[in-house]
Design a protein. Sequence first.
Length: 206
Amino acid sequence: MASWKPPLLVFAIAVPIVAGTLLGGPGVGLALAALAAVAIVYWAVQMRPRGGIGEAPDAGVRRRLLVVVSRAVEDAATTSAIAAEAGIDGSRDLAEVMVLAPLRIGFLDRWASDLEPAREEAQKMLVLSVASLARVGVVAEARVGDEDIVQAVEDQVGSYAASEVILVTAPDEDDPDAAHAADELAGRLRTGFRRLVVDQEGRPGS
């Protein structure tokens, strides 16, 4: 962090608290202090170290393909693309496949600390995706992951040791979080990485 940023950060936090206390009393100052604490935590999380994810593929080990679904896999074009990556057509060595669905937690569910609706939705997405892949010969395990796509991939790659990762998403305008995750994964993954963008008509692009 640049040397001028910490003093500026302290100033930006302290001034509203002092002003709130002077103008509105201790209660206002305390409320602003709480907001400042939340802001500091959020900033600290955003500034966490972001190193590489996973290990470079080992040619002597069977391939493992991690398919991360921000959008369910169900159309023929997307399932065919994944099947080809998995080696079903014989063009590559056959790979083990795991499908990972990050949680998608709504605002009200987050406010109520209720993860069950998001978990059920992720499980439905997994059932649909795994069944669609099975129809083209891909047998896959299924897991639910963290709501942060990058964190979900990092957690899973640590135990699954994927050699390749495919991220299936809607277009950027429909799923901007997935678009940002794709950019970060492309820069941080040490494994192979491919993004499949599926539009409303089920047409994939990379």
